[in-house]
Each structure stands twice: as C-alpha cells, then as structure tokens.
Write a protein that binds this ligand. Structure first.
Ligand code: PEP
Ligand code: MN
Length: 346
C-alpha cells in the first residue's frame, strides 16, 4: 500500500503516519519527492487498511501497489526516478554514468593504466573484478584481496569510485572497504541470501540481470535489497540467452524503456558481455544510451590480446576517449546532461 501525502503535509503529519504504520508491525518506507512525500507501507495489508489512514491529517490518498515488487515499483516514487549519488557522481534522472575498466584486475600496471585513461576521457567510475564468476573452475578466478588492494590504489590515484563484484557474503567486509558500488553478477542474481546481506549495508549495488531471468525476476532481486533498507539499487541489462548463436547473448534493449516504466531505479547496460566481440560494443553502447539507459558499464583493457579473460570483447584504452564522446552524444539524444568534461576534471 502507498500512502500519498498532500503537497503541504508537515513533517509531524508524515511522522505520525509512519508511526501508525509501524504500530501494526508493518514497515514504512518514506520517499520524499520534490513536491509530495509518498510512504510505502509493506506488511500485512489488512492491518494497514484497518488503520483508517484515509482522511488522516496530511494524507491525500491511499493507492494499492499491485505488482509483486513494491519498493522497486514505479508507483512508489509517484513516477519520479531515483537519483543515486556515488562519491559525488550522480546516476539516474538526467544523470548518466560511464563505468569503465577491465573485466578483471590482472596487475598493478594493467589496472592503473586503464584507470588513468578512462578517468581522463571522462568516465565517471572504474570497474574491475577481484572475484570472478568463471564458467570453468579451472579458469583464473580473480586476484581476490590483492585485486581489492589494487582497486583501492587506483581509486586513491584517480578519485574514481569503484564498482566491483561480490560473489560470496564471506567476502563482504573486505569488499565494503573498497567498493563504492557492489556488483552482483548475472549468475548470482537469484542468490537471495547474498542480496539480503548487501541490503543490510547501505552500499549502492548494481544487480545484473540473470542469463535467463525475466524483468520481473530482476525487479524481485532488487526488492530483496530494498526490503532490508538499502535504497541504492541500480539495475543492469547484460544480455540474455536466446536461440541466436551468431553472438554470445542477446542484448535486450527493450528492457531499458520497459524497466523505466516499471521501476524508479536507474538502469544501466553492459554492452561487453552480450556480443563477446569488440566490434559490436560501440554500436550497442550508442543504442543503449539513445534508448534512455542511465549508464553504461563497459570493459576496457590496455592490451586486450593479453587479457586473462574476455580479451576479445574489451575495448582498447587507445580510442576510449573517442568512444566516450560518442556515448555522451547518444545519451544527450535521450535527454542526459553532458558529463565527460566535469568527470575528467573531478
Ligand atoms: C562482469 O561484469 O565481469 C561479469 C562477469 O558479468 P556478468 O555477471 O554479467 O556475466
Ligand atoms: Mn568480463
């Protein structure tokens, strides 16, 4: 149930509604918009209905949320998008994030070269995996804590916020020391204990859509984080399994406007993992930005031929600045503000 407050509702009226919701054991999730405050009441609907909140001071109307996801739903924020602030870089609404970096952290030189290149080109955040979900247990599994240490060094040198994957809640503590955004990989999208654990921290989280997951399942994954009190969730489309075999996964760009219809959360697109080929990364990035994505998370490497993983799809550091300019122009088509110059100077 959503309780929409009147435009002029006072703080005392808002607090009183919150207290009444909580008095019946339900959870109140206030969302303060520019004009109105909306309070999501999550819990036993019957108990909340019996409170008689219609007509209470400051209350405009009660609206049921019909979707199975409540806190992730578009209705919760009355149609206004969530804007997240990640170390001073905004994402959502008119703000576009360009998240770039290697698939995995391989060495100090590889990471720092990439970090400085993407920073000076105007990327807003640095990605890089220290814990890697690999299809083969015999493949490189990531540098682990040493990778995290290198990411911390890259952040100290460039000021770029770090996006890195957490695969196992036993690694939460060291990851929290470095990550500005915790990435939940496609293969972990339905790891509900991991999502809940991250939900109990307040760290922003980027949830990648599972290889065969519906958008509703992705939104339910987000709901697990939101339910624990962490409002900082970013959704990520990264390609799904279809019958097509000409490339690795089908990047579902329809998901971008549809997720925005269904949810207030920012939506980013990963144009690297779906095609698995460098030549397709730029066209997919431009299409995603023009379709209204709130950001791109893309793989970049100084020498992709020597990369330990995902070499064929990683953009070269050389040429990244030109790529970034094209992405900025495509994002402008969808109404996003220019970001490269400010990010490079930050
Ligand atoms: C990644 O971003 O490094 C990654 C492994 O992606 P995904 O979980 O989408 O396969
Ligand atoms: Mn990768």
């Amino acid at each position: 149930m959503m309780i929409v407050m009147k435009a002029g509702a006072t703080e005392a009226e808002i607090q009183s509604v919150i207290e009444r919701i909580e008095s019946v054991g339900a959870h109140a999730h206030p969302s303060r918009g520019e004009e109105v405050t909306v309070i999501g009441a999550i819990g036993d609907l019957e108990h909340v209905s019996r409170l008689g909140l219609e007509g209470a001071p400051g209350v405009s109307q009660l609206v049921p949320i019909l979707k199975p996801y409540k806190l992730a739903s578009h209705a919760l924020r009355h149609g206004s998008p969530s804007v997240l602030d990640i170390g001073g870089r905004k994402i959502g609404g008119e703000h576009f994030a360009l998240i770039a970096g290697p698939c995995t952290v391989e060495s100090r030189d590889q990471l720092l070269t990439t970090a400085h290149t993407v920073k000076s080109a105007g990327a807003t955040m640095l990605r890089g995996g220290a814990y890697k979900p690999r299809t083969s247990p015999y493949a490189f599994q990531g540098l682990g804590t040493e990778g995290l240490r290198l990411l911390a060094e890259a952040k100290a040198q460039t000021g770029l916020p770090i996006v890195t994957e957490l695969m196992d809640s036993r690694d939460l503590e060291p990851v929290l020391e470095v990550a500005d955004v915790i990435q939940v990989g496609a293969r972990n999208m339905q790891n509900y204990t991991l999502l809940s654990e991250i939900g109990r921290s307040d760290r922003p989280v980027l949830i990648k859509r599972g290889l065969s997951s519906t958008l509703e399942e992705l939104l339910m994954a987000a709901e697990y984080v939101l339910k624990e009190g962490n409002p900082n969730v970013i959704l990520c489309e990264r390609g799904i399994r279809t019958f097509e075999t000409a490339y690795r996964f089908t990047l579902d760009l329809t998901a971008v406007p549809v997720l925005k219809e269904l949810s207030h959360l920012p939506v980013v697109v990963d144009p690297s993992h779906a095609p698995g080929r460098r030549s397709l990364v730029e066209p997919l990035s431009l299409a995603a930005a023009a379709a209204g994505a709130d950001g791109i998370i893309v793989e970049v490497h100084p020498q992709p031929e020597e990369a330990i993983c995902d070499g064929p799809q990683q953009l070269r550091t050389e040429g990244f600045a030109e790529y970034a300019r094209k992405v900025e122009a495509a994002a402008a088509v969808a109404g996003k503000t220019a970001f490269l110059e400010a990010a490079a100077a930050a």
